[in-house]
Ligand binder design. Structure first.
Ligand SMILES: Cc1cc2nc3c(=O)[nH]c(=O)nc-3n(C[C@H](O)[C@H](O)[C@H](O)COP(=O)(O)O)c2cc1C
Length: 192
């Protein structure tokens, strides 16, 4: 099997619950443009309750079990986040807190992750990325180091609810290529 035809399964997580979220629209646009061999399943975080260690026990909450197994079953994760008050939204941090347990053995351990941010401001939500990187580093995720994918003036790039900026999408596609390479580089070759 060649690299191009090997399937890589990505999980896309939006850091916004807003029905008309730009972050979610970006993930949808990415999903619609994927090339052969890359799949992207999207999830939003409506069903994730506030973290409570008392509830973080076996068998645990179904929504949390589902979150952890979706992450575990994916080859890599793509996170699209807005910036809230110069940081990452509480909704996203909360979900990552759930996903981070058990500590040092979580579904995020060694998981390749690509992050992107967007904002109506010209800063493109980049400050959220630094908090997000720190949080992911604490759970030993393998955050892909590439040029930051930031999408400024995102509201002007949405037409009829769809994200339509081809330059940004090409930039994101290059990041996904790096993510894909990282996943494939770890696979044990199958000898024929
Ligand atoms: C509570 C709150 C805080 C925000 N703080 C920032 C901020 O610090 N920097 C920024 O660029 N935009 C900020 N914004 C604007 C968001 O970037 C904008 O609402 C964005 O579109 C939200 O993402 P979404 O479209 O995916 O829901 C803030 C919005 C909210 C609701």
């Amino acid at each position: 099997m060649t690299e191009q035809t090997e399937t890589v399964r990505l999980l896309g997580i939006s850091g916004s619950l807003r029905a008309a979220s730009f972050s979610t629209a970006i993930l949808r646009a990415v999903q619609a443009r994927l090339t052969l061999g890359t799949e992207l399943q999207l999830m939003t975080l409506e069903t994730i309750p506030l973290y409570n260690e008392d509830q973080d026990c076996k068998p645990g909450l179904p929504a949390i079990a589902a979150l952890r197994s979706l992450i575990a079953a994916s080859d890599a994760v793509l996170i699209a986040t807005p910036e809230y008050n110069h940081g990452l939204p509480g909704v996203l941090k909360n979900a990552l807190d759930w996903a981070s347990r058990p500590a040092f053995e979580s579904c995020f351990r060694a998981k390749p992750v690509l992050i992107l941010s967007s904002a109506t401001a010209f800063t493109g939500g980049v400050r959220a990325q630094y908090q997000l990187r720190e949080t992911l580093a604490s759970m030993q995720a393998d955050v892909i180091s590439t040029r930051e994918i930031v999408i400024p003036s995102v509201d002007r790039k949405i037409i009829d609810g769809q994200f339509q900026d081809e330059d940004s999408l090409a930039f994101i596609a290059a990041g996904i290529d790096r993510l894909r390479q990282q996943v494939l580089s770890r696979r044990v070759p199958v000898l024929s």
